[in-house]
Design a binder for this molecule. Structure first.
Ligand code: G6P
Ligand code: MG
Length: 219
C-alpha cells in the first residue's frame, strides 16, 4: 500500500529544467561545444559536475581542462542559473502540482524531495512549498548521482517507509532508473522519462492525481 511520495524537483514541481538547459547551453557555446536537444535531454537530472563532464566529452574536450578550470566553468553556469531562478514565485509551480501536493497532504500521505540540485531549498522557499515536505535529501551527502538509486533510497528513509510503500516522481530518464533501482514505484513525466520505462507515465504534470495514479497501478 502506497503511503508516501519522493519528488524530483526540476521538471516535476517547477520548470527550472529550462533554466538549467539555458545556462548549460550558453556555457557549451562559449566552449565551442555544439548543442543539441538530445544533449539537453541527457543532462536532465544529472549533477552539476557530471553535466559539465558530459558537455566537455561531447566537444571532445574531456582532457583539455584542469580541475580548477572545470570548477570555474561549473561556478559560471551556476551563477547564471541562480540569476535565472531569482524571479520564481508560487505561480511557477507546474500545472496541477499545487493541487496534487494539497491532495496528498489531505489524504495523509508523506512527501520528501530527491533532487540532485544544491539549489533545491532556495527554489522550494521561492515557490512557498517548503512545508509540504517532511525533508529534503542533501545532495552534498551523496556518493553517486542519478541513475544510482542512492538519492531515492535516502528520500525514502526520510519518510520512514519501505520502498514498496513509495511512489517516486521523475521527468528524467536517469531519475526513473534511480527510482526503480531503489525499489520504489516509478512515475515518469514527459518524453525524456519514458525512455526508462516507468511503471506509471503521464505526458504532463496536470494529469497527475491520486485517481489517475490508481487507474495505472490497477491496469
Ligand atoms: C537537477 C537537475 C539537473 C542539475 C542538477 C544539479 O537534477 O535536473 O539539471 O544539473 O539538479 O543542480 P545544481 O542546482 O546543484 O547545479
Ligand atoms: Mg528533473
Amino acid at each position: 500500500e502506497i503511503k508516501g511520495f519522493t519528488f524530483d524537483l526540476d521538471g516535476v514541481i517547477t520548470d527550472t529544467a529550462k533554466f538549467h538547459e539555458q545556462a548549460w547551453h550558453d556555457l557549451a557555446t562559449s566552449l565551442n561545444v555544439p548543442w543539441s536537444a538530445e544533449l539537453g535531454r541527457q543532462l536532465k537530472g544529472i549533477s552539476r559536475m557530471d553535466s559539465l563532464n558530459m558537455i566537455l566529452a561531447e566537444g571532445g574536450h574531456e582532457n583539455d581542462y584542469t580541475d580548477d578550470e572545470k570548477a570555474a566553468f561549473a561556478a559560471q553556469k551556476n551563477q547564471h542559473y541562480v540569476a535565472l531562478i531569482q524571479a520564481l514565485t508560487p505561480a511557477d509551480i507546474l500545472p496541477g502540482m499545487t493541487e496534487f501536493l494539497a491532495e496528498i497532504k489531505r489524504e495523509g500521505y508523506f512527501a520528501s524531495v530527491a533532487s540532485a540540485s544544491k539549489n533545491a531549498p532556495t527554489i522550494l522557499k521561492k515557490l512557498g512549498i517548503m512545508a509540504d515536505f517532511v525533508g529534503i535529501v542533501d545532495p552534498a551527502t551523496l556518493s553517486h548521482g542519478k541513475p544510482d538509486p542512492e538519492i531515492f533510497t535516502k528520500a525514502g528513509e526520510i519518510l520512514k517507509l519501505q520502498p514498496t510503500q513509495i511512489i517516486g516522481l521523475e521527468d528524467a530518464s536517469a531519475g526513473v532508473q534511480a527510482i526503480k533501482g531503489a525499489g520504489q514505484t516509478a512515475l515518469g513525466i514527459g518524453t525524456a522519462a519514458k525512455d526508462a520505462q516507468p511503471d506509471i507515465w503521464f505526458a504532463e504534470t496536470k494529469e497527475i492525481s491520486l485517481a489517475n495514479i490508481a487507474k495505472q497501478m490497477n491496469a
